[in-house]
Write a new protein. Structure first.
Lengths: 443, 443
């Protein structure tokens, strides 16, 4: 029975997910992030601490439990941030700060499944957390890591939008607005609601029509480089916090100036309103797949540990929605694997008597990193070749007979050539299944 | 709060688990197994179908659920076999048989945590399932895959014990015993109970003292090669099924004859009694870590799909207990990683003005696969070197000043040499953290 919200992939898709995760992991490690992996469960009081009822936590109960406290007090985590904070708090004495970690795991939310939204999904997170001030350099670094990893994945191009909460809040304070959190929550809906509805809600919160107009002018500013600064300044609002937000965003935008046009944007409507961010915020979409929503996001927060720790620990992090991205590109058939199995060579079993020698051929090929299988029965050669063909396996190996050479057949071209067991290698492009983006999905 | 039964590793241990899983995955793929990954949850009726109350299933409930059927009917899987069977049944039309898959995932059991037993743990499984007869060649193949993957892991040596259920059952039938299942369940406790207690239980089941004596003589047979055959024949029991079991075990043992002495054993006391196996059975232990129990096990079954499918599908599979092995070797400090972070090089930030050029050095090193970090602040060089030293990062890079060369310092030896950004590479042994087995844990 398929369960709505709990996606599963076929083997040829799973090969793509594995390749995807391996690229992400490799990139995170190239930037010096260490892996951690937290348990899937947390005490319910940890998960519900912030009144996160919108996250729809799954509670656990032991069906054969003895009724005492052992059960019912645990739930599955709904993100990787809360478990990370708990882990840092618990292992603080054994970690070195600034602590840079990546974490690629599943999370669960009981919410109603929709396009791109699942009840079980995989996230790939990186965060840096410090035990003292956290340099602005990290805000630039995070943007560059995200752009770097997304550019290496076999997916359509990403557009990364960056903003700064200080800029937004400082601007509002400069306008004389005090309850900035409520306003941010409304502005966060700019992508979802009509502009008139946003205006209505802002007016309802007590803003003057001039304040509403200024806010909407601000949030409509977008620039590929640092051009946003003069556009904000033209609005004539002054505040110390605004200035600090402008400086920070300018620093970050300068650090990404070497990326191709269109891949990164200062976009002043990004608020990540429901989150706990306090400075730089990020949100990325796939070009041509905007309907999926944000496929990566994150930002800077002042106090990761929240209630866990005594001292504040500032941090900054981003999260890549692995399942969301894959569901989108699988749905659109935007990527394909060159075959459904890792096998590169099927070795023909000529007869039952030669099984041990044939296994030895396989052993030697594997020693040199070539994925291969000995056909499991000494049946007609045509049937053995057919097994390979059906799975997209490119080569069939004919063991040496009566002192002649081994032979390898490329079953796509039909070409069959002598081959040495010590030196034969498949072309690089055939060694492993390769993943390609379909041309018409690239923008 | 640490939760008993839900282990978590520190980053330097997580690097070891990742390396471990990467070796397992690579080896499975070299043998031509395709990856799948199933959802973590199954409907409760699927999980409880076989009355598996000893598996202590964790049920799920949505804390914010609306009280209707959406919740309470799901549970976390307790192994990877039931989800695999359900997956094959569901996707049968899209899979090619024989279907070879590997699956490396977490599973959950609510049972009381003990040494080597956890409530959340990672398993690495491979299975082959056929839509017709499944050649005995796979029984040999599975043993060789297990021996191959275990020999490549940074763990103490494995001792793989192999037996055959037909041999056991045929022997008992030949002795005139009919309720072989009940006897197998008792014999399965040979490792746990005293011999006199086993005898008592067998007598209680109605066996004669001669039958008991023969059974215990049979289960005490162990041989590194095919010597078990003559020892069984000397017991003078005759049955067609026994003969077939002897032939099968002999075939499998011949196929593993090239492995070093002591790594594989025909061990006639292995029954895997509580499982559904019908032919070859496997069970492996780590030498010097016998206390951990079986770290890998599996066998052949006649009908994987059970109640899922209409037609019978025979299969054979083995499972490696990743968390059990790691917990054992971490506990004994039997392995160590050469450092706690992936980073190989820290690039010194000489001053704030040179940040962009310094980032460019990092970008170029990463392009050539070198894991590196630009130090995040332009502080004293000693502090930057100290950051590297504390984390076991072997190299510090000094960017070229005033037209001179770049310089790289090995902070272990103190040696500092000019280096070219285009060609410098760390020694192979320093490129990534390496995992080594401590000499005194090797047997």
């Amino acid at each position: 029975m398929k369960l709505s919200g709990f996606p599963e992939w076929l083997p040829e898709q799973q090969l793509i997910e594995n390749e995807f995760i391996s690229i992400v992991r490799n990139e995170f490690e190239l930037w010096g992030f260490s892996p951690i992996h937290t348990r899937s469960v947390e005490p319910l009081d940890v998960l519900l601490r912030k009144g996160e009822t919108d996250k729809e936590v799954y509670g656990l109960n032991r069906l054969q439990g003895e009724g005492e406290g052992a059960s019912a007090s645990l739930g599955l985590h709904f993100d990787l941030t809360i478990p990370f904070a708990r882990f840092v708090s618990e292992n603080r004495g054994q970690l070195k700060f600034p602590f840079k970690r990546y974490q690629i795991q599943k999370a669960w939310r009981g919410e109603r499944p929709q396009f791109g939204r699942f009840r079980e999904f995989t996230q790939a997170d990186i965060d840096v957390v410090a035990d003292g001030p956290l340099s602005l350099a990290w805000d630039a670094e995070m943007a560059n890591i995200l752009l770097s990893v997304m550019s290496k994945l076999p997916i359509p191009a990403v557009r990364l939008c960056i903003n700064n909460r200080k800029l937004l809040e400082g601007f509002m304070l400069g306008l004389g607005i005090t309850d900035t959190a409520a306003i941010l929550r409304v502005l966060d809906k700019l992508d979802k609601l009509a502009r008139t509805e946003i205006e209505r809600q802002l007016l309802e919160l007590g803003l003057s029509s001039d304040q509403v107009s200024k806010c909407l002018q601000l949030t409509s500013i977008k620039s590929p480089g640092t051009g946003f600064r003069s556009q904000v300044e033209q609005l004539g609002v002054q505040h110390e916090l605004l200035l600090s937000g402008l400086d920070e965003l300018e620093f970050v935008m300068k650090s990404v100036s070497h990326w191709p046009e269109g891949s990164v944007l200062a976009d002043l409507h990004i608020a990540r309103g429901l989150d706990y961010y306090t400075g730089t915020v990020y949100e990325g979409q796939l070009k041509g797949f905007e309907k999926l929503g944000a496929v990566c996001s994150g930002g800077r927060y002042d106090n990761l540990l929240g209630d866990f720790g005594k001292a504040k620990m500032p941090g900054i992090g981003v999260s890549i929605g692995v399942t969301r991205i894959l569901s989108g590109i699988f749905d659109a058939k935007a990527v394909a694997a060159s075959r459904s199995v890792p096998t590169c060579v099927v070795i023909v079993l000529m007869n039952e008597e030669s099984r041990m020698e044939t296994n030895e051929i396989a052993r030697q090929l594997r020693m040199r990193g070539i994925s291969c299988e000995v056909y499991h029965e000494a049946v007609k050669i045509g049937k053995q070749i057919d097994y390979a063909a059906k799975r997209g396996i490119p080569f069939v190996w004919f063991p040496a007979q009566d002192g002649a050479d081994h032979q390898v057949k490329d079953i796509r071209s039909g070409e069959q050539l002598p081959a040495s067991l010590q030196t034969w290698l498949p072309p690089q492009s055939d060694a492993k299944p390769t993943v390609t983006i379909k041309a018409d999905s690239q923008n």
